[in-house]
Design a protein around this ligand. Structure first.
Ligand code: FMN
Length: 197
């Protein structure tokens, strides 16, 4: 089938997508239309049984400080004094401020539980890749982090999650001041087995 897409451009897009971390952001705002497009594209990820399990909570402006304060507070309240690191606490409180938007990545568990949970998580990961690629096309920095409150029970109330829902991390978005270096992967041939007869 002939495709109406520029295949070379597409392959280049996949390969040039890079994680861009908060220290590389300029601090400027990303246009809301770009964030909307990221979310729209996320919505077209593959999904077994059309459950569309991806949910997003978008933090911006004062919302970012709310998230930052909460994750720092959870760290402080749940870390024994002898293990508490002031630098980690400050990073949790200050790092988010460098982002323009922070998108909490949530898997909403299907009520019936018919589709295996791992497939629902996989569908959400596909949605995140769509956001990553959208960021690349628009020249905006982004990265997926599973830090902060990602695996903390305190996140459930904070984000209004159901008991069986899962927070998979946060997608940071910011204007790029310092681009990431070229990516690096070992050859695909090392990871593929062909069965031909
Ligand atoms: C599920 C997931 C969780 C991640 N969590 C973190 C994280 O907590 N901290 C971090 O620095 N990078 C995190 N990353 C981003 C990786 O560091 C990044 O993808 C990797 O370095 C490869 O770089 P690239 O994305 O530019 O190809 C995560 C990526 C994925 C897929």
């Amino acid at each position: 089938m002939s495709a109406n897409f520029n295949q070379e451009e597409f392959n280049r897009l996949i390969k040039t997508r890079r994680s861009v971390f908060p220290a590389q952001y300029s601090g400027e705002q990303v246009a809301p239309q770009i964030i909307e497009q990221m979310l729209e594209n996320a919505n077209w990820a593959p999904t077994h049984g059309l459950t569309e399990p991806w949910r997003f909570v978008v933090f911006s402006g004062a919302g970012i400080q709310k998230l930052a304060d909460f994750q720092a507070q959870v760290y402080q309240q749940t870390t024994p004094a002898e293990k508490f690191e002031e630098t980690k606490y400050e990073k949790l409180r200050n790092n988010p401020r460098r982002a323009s938007h922070i998108i909490a990545i949530v898997m909403k568990r299907q009520e019936s539980g018919k589709i295996p949970e791992v497939e629902e998580i996989e569908a959400v990961a596909c949605a995140v890749q769509n956001m990553y690629l959208t960021a690349t096309v628009y020249g905006v920095g982004a990265y997926w982090t599973s830090g902060g409150i990602t695996y903390r029970p305190e996140a459930k109330d904070f984000l209004g999650l159901g008991e069986a829902d899962k927070l998979l991390g946060f997608f940071y978005v910011g204007q790029i001041a310092k681009p990431s270096p070229q990516g690096n992967r070992k050859p695909i041939a090392e990871k593929v087995t062909w069965v031909l007869e």
